[in-house]
Design a protein around this ligand. Structure first.
Ligand SMILES: *Cc1c(COP(=O)(O)O)cnc(C)c1O
Length: 478
């Protein structure tokens, strides 16, 4: 077979070198990153009529895109709960692209299917979930939530004699959906895709950290006697709080309900003997969504849809066609657990990442991040005018400045202007807070003094500005 070797060599080496240079370069400040409009301006030209040399195209891509890249792989990036794209996962991901495997089928792509099967076993072990559960390799927690809730919908309706996969939802028995009041926005997207509706849910009251109140759940079940899905959460996006799984699973299962857990990042508390009390009982649920591109540090995109009832998972997702050879001896097709047929072979990077870190490396990283959040919280709590908004249980820290929205937003703005660390604003219980999400593989105690210093410095600067009268910057931030 022809490989076109010389052409490919040049362009692949060029890309690898540019990637290495990018990761070695100092991270730009938040405000030093070029805007969307700027980058668009450099790209916006008519459709090219003729070919351009591949190496020139890749060089141009690097030149034009680099100014608009946020420093998401930096150890002082705390803006959102996102991982750092660990170099091991990135390297495996380069090969994934180069190998060009379409990962839907055991016979067609044996290596990819085998990698996914091994990663599934490792993942269930790491996360302390039932060893016989099935795992779908998806793009992220949003689609993992969708897949898991699809399995729930199909199985609950099957139990009352309705085949939703064949007959659809018209005329089907009603499914009630119960969900914590502080659930992540994306589970509502999943409900929308599935015809379950984002607004016809029963919202369950939560405590001050965003954890579902079991007594409120019991009350809600009193008026339900048909099929029901309870959507719980490991890792509230602002507080990191996890629902009390032992209690709520027991209440929900007494009513025959399916319990789904959105554990995009919080489920990883399971890997730590010091933190797994937070997720106690989570293995009692029926399905779990989690991310690979958050706490496992895999490059985008990577998520896992995990379902205890393998048959329910297969019924809602499997694809059959005459031109797709099927595996013998009931080996599981990777496409039977995800919405896609053709897709990225995500098992290679996941295999490499888990193989490289091992159980102890993953545990060490999770604990280091939680310890960092706790230590930073202690430092900040000792600075007058800064309040730690909720108890720090996991890797999330919320700070409020001067008991004011203006002062808090202005401090976030000032930190971003200074450009050494990235934090973000969020609304919690109607008040603006600064959120610090610790989720990068390279973040550790060596950054603590710098990060605490930046927060204290920015807050000091804001206080001066507030006292001195002109509040233009602070007001602009709102
Ligand atoms: C990030 C997150 C999601 C969405 O995950 P994606 O990977 O962005 O699709 C869902 N739920 C929670 C709790 C999250 O933190």
């Amino acid at each position: 077979m022809k490989t076109g070797k010389t052409i490919h060599d040049d362009v692949l080496r060029l890309a690898a070198e540019a990637a290495i240079d990018y990761r070695a370069a100092p991270a730009p400040g938040f405000e030093d990153v070029a805007s969307f409009e700027h980058v668009l301006g450099t790209l916006d030209e008519p459709l090219p009529d003729n070919p351009t040399d591949a190496a020139a195209v890749i060089s141009e891509l690097v030149t034009k895109m680099t100014p608009g890249l946020r420093p998401m792989t930096s150890p002082t990036f705390f803006g959102w709960v996102i991982g750092g794209s660990h170099p091991t996962g990135v390297a495996a991901d380069w090969l994934t692209s180069a190998w060009g495997q379409n990962s839907g089928n055991v016979v067609i792509t044996p290596a990819s299917a085998a990698a996914e099967q091994v990663v599934s076993t490792w993942l269930l072990d790491l996360l302390g979930l039932p060893a016989t559960a099935s795992v779908g390799f998806v793009t992220g927690a949003t689609i993992a939530n969708f897949v898991c809730i699809a399995a729930a919908r199909g199985e609950l309706l099957r139990r009352v004699g309705w085949d939703v996969e064949k007959r659809g939802l018209y005329g089907a028995p009603v499914i009630e959906v119960l969900i914590g009041a502080d659930a992540h926005a994306t589970v509502f997207s999943a409900l929308r895709y599935l015809g379950l509706g984002s607004e016809r849910v029963k919202s369950i009251a939560t405590d001050e950290s965003g954890r579902m109140r079991p007594e409120a759940l019991s009350d809600a079940f009193r008026s339900i006697d048909g099929p029901a899905i309870l959507i719980a959460q490991a890792g509230q996006i602002n507080t990191g709080a996890c629902d009390p799984f032992s209690e709520i699973c027991s209440i929900a299962h007494d009513h025959g309900a399916w319990v789904h857990v959105d554990g995009a990042f919080g489920l990883w508390a399971q890997t730590s003997p010091r933190f797994r009390h937070l997720t106690r009982g989570v293995e009692l649920a029926d399905s779990w969504a989690t991310d690979g591109h958050k706490w496992l540090q895999l490059p985008y995109d990577s998520g896992f849809a995990i379902v205890k009832d393998r048959a329910a998972h297969e019924r809602c997702m499997s694809i059959e066609a005459s031109y797709l050879p099927s595996a013998e001896n009931r080996i599981r097709e990777p496409s039977a657990y995800v919405p896609e047929l053709s897709r990225r072979a995500r098992g290679f990077a996941a295999w490499a990442m888990i193989r490289a870190l091992g159980r102890s490396g993953i545990t060490e990283m999770i604990e280091r991040h939680c310890d960092f959040a706790a230590a930073l919280g202690r430092e900040c709590a000792s600075i007058p005018g800064i309040r730690v908004v909720a108890p720090i249980e996991l890797n999330q820290l919320m700070l409020r400045f001067g008991e004011s929205d203006d002062a808090t937003l202005a401090t976030v703005d000032e930190i971003r202007r200074r450009g050494r660390i990235v934090v973000g604003p969020a609304l919690w219980r109607g008040e603006w807070i600064m959120r610090v999400s610790v989720c990068n593989y390279s973040t550790g105690p060596e950054q603590l003094a710098e990060v605490a210093g930046e927060i204290a410095g920015a807050w000091g600067e804001m206080q001066l500005r507030f006292l001195d009268g002109p509040r233009d910057r602070a007001i602009a931030a709102t």
